[in-house]
Structure formats: structure tokens, C-alpha cells
Design a binder for this molecule. Structure first.
Ligand SMILES: *Cc1c(COP(=O)(O)O)cnc(C)c1O
Length: 373
């Protein structure tokens, strides 16, 4: 059996370090807003190349609180339009609607699954105030062009970098391009805690302060409340786990990339569309950290069965597009043909950094044996 992602095996590699870090926290007697969070925030800001990092409870809160802070700053108002890819994971959109802003769903680029500057530009109206650029599956969005577009129209850009820790473009990492970025450290993400965790990165000091206050009951100072805030903090235990995991992130990403390269060269089935060209190299993949390796096929069910027969676990990211979710029933009549096709055709192959070369070869062989019905 080749599991999709063996979290137990991933974390077992660092068991001694994780136990030492957990012990340090237990013995400190200090579990919220202490030295581990402060150190992780500095280390992660440094890793991303941004000035500030604010730890929060999860990735959804990172996005929600950033938009909320922009409202508190008077930069956004209820009803403002926010452009977001139609094919994103639901959390990107929940953050927008939670703030009573209006999501404007835009079809993605057909090959990268991310926003493209042309379709984004076409969706801008006088009410557009922000863009949520989701770096889906681990590939960074075309940030230079999106930032240029945002500058031209005076828009805020929030990166949803929940899947793209360490992806970069022109030597600049995800999290350092937009006016702010939200990260998730959900256990299955490339940088995963041992529970829920998230963070915002930004160069904007005022924004950082407001997000920090919002996540702490709206308080900058004990018992003084500037905002009607929430409780959304990264805790000392998860921060300590993340400090260990951050040190190994680049090595894990490198392994993910080598698996992706092997797939792109080895899987030569004409009915399986690869996310990257077979000619890709490590150098050409600076923009992708392969949170997921997502192929497309018009007979996904048969392909998934074919992999299962070979003992290979595959998953679908994601089976239902946001505009067809019951939660957003008001969009049921809207039509996004590319997004709908993507949701019908995508299949994620395992790219766990724990996979052996032999397992990678098995996935390739099983894929090439696929027979369409
Ligand atoms: C995981 C994820 C989130 C939400 O992160 P949580 O930590 O699970 O709240 C947001 N956006 C994207 C694209 C994600 O993949």
C-alpha cells in the first residue's frame, strides 16, 4: 500500500527533536504568547522574506482576520468586491463572506489552476477592492503581473499561501508578494503542526498590530479592548513543533520536487494531463512546492480504480466547486465551465516526502497501465 501522505512516518523522522521541544514547553509553565511563538514568528517571517509574522489559530483565521483588519483600517467596507479563483478551496471564500465582503469568482488559468492576470483584469469593476491570490496545490500565482494590476487599480492583495510554503517567483517567496498573506500549518500542509495552526505575514506594521489585537480579543494591552476581537492565537506547543518542522521544510520540499519531476517524465499516458511539462528541472520549479501533484483525466473514476488496484492511494482536490456547495446556494445557477471541468477531472497522486524511489516507480507504472473505459 502506498499511502497518500503518511503523517506518522513524516513526524517520526523528527521524533527526538519534537519530544525535546514539547518537553521544553511543558517544563516552561508558559503555554500562550510566550517565547516559542515569538521565536517562530521571527523565524517564519525571515523564511518568507517578510517583515512581520503573526501567529494565529489556523489558516482560515489568518485570511479572515487580515480582511477584518483591513475593514478596521477603513481600507475595505461591507459589500466591497473581492476577486478570488472560482476553483479554490472553500476556506479562501469563507474568509471573504465571513467579513460580509462580496466574492467575485474568476475562472483560473487552465494549466496552473491559479488566477491569471487577463481574466482577473476582466473581472475588475468600480467596486473591486481586493484580490485573494490562492497559490493552489503549491504553485505560486503570477505575482508580478497581479501586483502590477493591483497597483494600477488601487487594490489590496491577500495571498492565500496555505499550500505554498517556500514557493517563490523571481527569487521572492510566497508570503512576501502581497500586502499580506495567510498560511495554514494544518498537519497535512507542507509545513504542518501537530494540530491546528496558522499565520499571517506582511510588511505592514500597522496591519500586523491590528491582526495581533484582533486575534487576542481585540486587545493590544491587557484588559484594554480596541476592537470586538476573537480568540485566535498560535499556542506555544504548536509553535515549538513548527520551529522543528521549519528546519526540515526545504529538504522535504526538495524530495517532493524530485518525485514530481519523476512523475512528469515517467507518466507518458496520453489521457493523463500532467501539471508540469516533462522537460521541467529543479531550476524551473522554483515556483512550485508540490503540496499536491494534480493530474487531469476525463475518466477519473477508472484512473482512481486503476491506482487502487496497484495499492496506490489517490485523492480528489476538490470534488465539488465552491459555487455548487450548499453553503453558497445563491450561486447554484452560476456557470464556470473550466472550474466545473477541473473539479470533475482532477486527481492527486501521492507526493509524500517519505515515498521511496521504488514506490514512485510503482505509481508511474500503474499510471501508464491505465485503460480508459
Ligand atoms: C488549508 C487551506 C486553508 C485553511 O487552512 P486551515 O488551517 O485548515 O484553516 C485555506 N486556504 C487553502 C487554499 C487551504 O488549502
Amino acid at each position: 500500500m502506498i499511502p497518500f501522505l503518511d503523517l506518522k512516518a513524516i513526524n517520526a523522522q523528527y521524533r527526538d527533536e519534537l519530544v525535546a521541544a514539547a518537553t521544553r514547553v511543558i517544563d516552561s509553565g508558559w503555554y500562550i504568547q510566550g517565547t516559542e511563538v515569538k521565536a517562530f514568528e521571527e523565524e517564519f517571517a525571515d523564511y518568507c522574506g517578510s517583515k512581520h509574522c503573526i501567529g494565529v489559530a489556523n489558516g482560515l483565521d489568518a485570511l479572515t482576520l487580515t480582511l477584518r483588519a483591513w475593514k478596521e483600517m477603513g481600507k475595505l467596507e461591507e459589500g466591497d468586491e473581492v476577486i478570488v479563483p472560482a476553483n479554490t478551496y472553500i476556506a479562501s471564500i469563507l474568509a471573504i463572506t465571513e467579513n460580509r465582503l462580496k466574492p467575485v469568482l474568476v475562472e483560473p488559468d487552465e494549466t496552473t489552476f491559479n488566477l491569471c492576470p487577463e481574466k482577473t483584469a476582466a473581472a475588475i469593476t468600480s467596486k473591486t477592492k481586493a484580490i485573494v491570490a490562492v497559490h493552489l496545490y503549491g504553485q505560486i500565482s503570477p505575482m508580478p503581473a497581479l501586483m502590477q494590476l493591483a497597483d494600477k487599480h488601487g487594490l489590496l492583495v491577500l495571498e492565500d499561501a496555505a499550500q505554498a510554503h517556500g514557493a517563490s517567483m523571481d527569487g521572492r517567496k510566497a508570503g512576501s508578494w502581497g500586502h499580506a498573506a495567510g498560511f495554514s500549518f494544518y498537519p497535512g500542509k507542507n509545513l504542518g503542526a501537530l494540530g491546528d495552526a496558522g499565520a499571517v505575514t506582511t510588511d505592514d506594521e500597522e496591519l500586523a498590530k491590528i491582526i495581533r489585537a484582533l486575534g487576542n480579543y481585540g486587545s493590544h494591552k491587557k484588559y484594554e479592548n480596541l476592537y470586538q476581537g476573537v480568540n485566535s492565537r498560535l499556542d506555544e506547543m504548536q509553535a515549538a513543533m513548527l520551529r522543528v518542522k521549519l528546519q526540515h521544510l526545504d529538504a522535504e520540499t526538495k524530495r517532493r520536487k524530485s518525485i514530481a519531476l519523476a512523475y512528469s517524465k515517467g507518466i507518458i499516458h496520453p489521457a493523463l494531463a500532467q501539471p508540469i511539462p516533462a522537460s521541467s528541472t529543479f531550476e524551473s520549479l522554483e515556483n512550485h512546492v508540490f503540496h499536491l501533484y494534480v493530474i487531469r483525466t476525463t475518466d477519473r473514476e477508472a484512473m482512481q480504480a486503476c491506482l487502487a488496484d496497484a495499492g496506490v492511494q489517490s485523492l480528489i482536490h476538490y470534488p465539488i466547486p465552491p459555487h455548487h456547495q450548499q453553503a453558497y446556494g445563491q450561486w447554484a445557477e452560476q456557470v464556470y465551465p473550466l472550474t466545473e471541468a477541473i473539479h470533475q477531472q482532477v486527481l492527486s497522486l501521492p507526493v509524500s516526502p517519505m515515498m521511496t524511489d521504488e514506490q514512485v516507480e510503482s505509481v508511474i507504472a500503474a499510471s501508464n497501465r491505465f485503460e480508459m473505459h
